[in-house]
Design a protein around this ligand. Structure first.
Ligand code: KG4
Ligand code: ZN
Length: 338
């Protein structure tokens, strides 16, 4: 406890960020330290799982110490430890899970295993102190594209999901092919600002009527075929135009589906999260379409959109409130569903 407030420490190591956040009473961020491995993986054009695990192991203790320093507390003030146990890369998850279990055991602190996707939803509780469920969540990340009915804290129902590639995966792949490197999402976002979103009209895949599912693999193939054709014909491609057109096709479908799901379900709020929700065009389209239909769009700041420990601490706090704890048998669960 610190000044009568409950203190949660959240650990996140599911992919390529070693992150530790500390929150007071579930919603007030005292520290949010993120050690990114992006520079290391950039050389390989994507995340190398073995390297990710090793790096997490090297830096995790330092990141915890820095978070405690930033929050101005010691482990003695920590009341709860939350840790991401899935979905993600198994070796990477194991580093966080083992660390959290060891700390909980050594300091006699209760432990909560957090679903990474619930963590992304929880980023909105940190960004919007007044927000309470129910609301519609849109979680768009490197591995997920989900429209979620958030019925209660940590109670999420998937309304729509991608049937193949996640939006982030589709962005990262084409970014690599057009030479932008990893991670592609932010680079496509930046290039797209200089390009024409209608230079190439990529066909949108909207699936059957009434479905809120997504499919991005056909779009990715269209873009790859187009790029190959242009190359074979010896034509110069405009990276900004391709980035803008491809981004437009992805974000248009996401915004359209999310808003129509909200309308059909009678929800007036869409809370976005996940790395791809940092995309400036997605935010613009959601705001435009939302405004048209009286739906408000809740956006966390960029630092809470991508992977971080504060969102895990927040989700853990609400799980603790419901009495859902983990023990020393907690294990990494790479394929954990929403
Ligand atoms: O949520 P996140 O940090 O990690 C996962 O849980 O996957 O999301 C990472 C994804 C990557 O695919 C990255 O390219 C994408 O988020 N991303 C973006 C932007 N910033 C990050 N995509 C589009 N526009 C951005 N500004
Ligand atoms: Zn994530």
């Amino acid at each position: 406890m610190l000044n009568g407030k409950h203190i949660t420490l959240g650990i996140e190591t599911s992919c390529d960020e070693t992150a530790v956040g500390i929150v007071a009473d579930g919603r007030e961020i005292l520290a949010n330290v993120i050690s990114s491995q992006i520079d290391i993986h950039t050389k390989f054009g994507g995340v190398v799982p073995e390297i990710a695990s090793r790096r997490h192991l090297e830096v995790i203790n330092g990141v915890i110490d820095e978070a405690l320093r930033e929050a101005g507390i010691t482990m003695d003030e920590v009341d709860l430890i939350g840790v991401t146990y899935g979905p993600g890369l198994v070796g990477a998850l194991l580093v966080g899970v083992a660390t959290a279990k060891a700390m909980a055991y050594a300091k006699h602190i209760p432990l909560v295993g957090v679903n990474h996707m619930h963590g992304h939803v929880a980023a909105n509780y940190l960004a919007h102190p007044e927000l309470e469920p129910p609301f519609l969540g849109l979680v768009v990340s490197g591995g997920h594209t989900n429209i979620i009915a958030v019925d209660d804290y940590n109670e999420c129902r998937t309304i729509g999901a991608t049937r193949d590639d996640a939006a982030g995966e589709a962005l990262d792949k084409i970014a690599r092919v057009i030479g932008l490197g990893y991670p592609g999402g932010p680079k496509i976002d930046r290039e797209a600002k200089k390009g024409d979103p209608h230079a190439h009209e990529f066909k949108r895949v909207t699936l059957e009527k009434g479905s809120y599912d997504f499919s991005f693999s056909g779009l990715k193939t269209q873009a790859l075929n187009f790029l190959n054709k242009e190359r074979q014909a010896g034509r110069e491609i405009s990276v900004p135009d391709i980035a803008a057109s491809y981004q437009e096709a992805i974000m248009d479908v996401i915004a359209e589906k999310a808003v129509s799901a909200a309308l059909d379900l009678g929800e007036t709020r869409i809370a976005v999260s996940g790395g791809v929700s940092a995309n400036s065009r997605l935010r613009e389209l959601l705001r435009e379409k939302g405004e048209e239909h009286g739906i408000s769009i809740l956006e966390p700041p960029l630092i809470l959109c991508t992977d971080n420990g504060a969102m895990i601490a927040c989700a853990a706090y609400y799980q603790m409130k419901k009495g859902i704890f983990a023990d020393e048998t907690l294990d990494a669960c790479p394929g954990l569903e929403f």
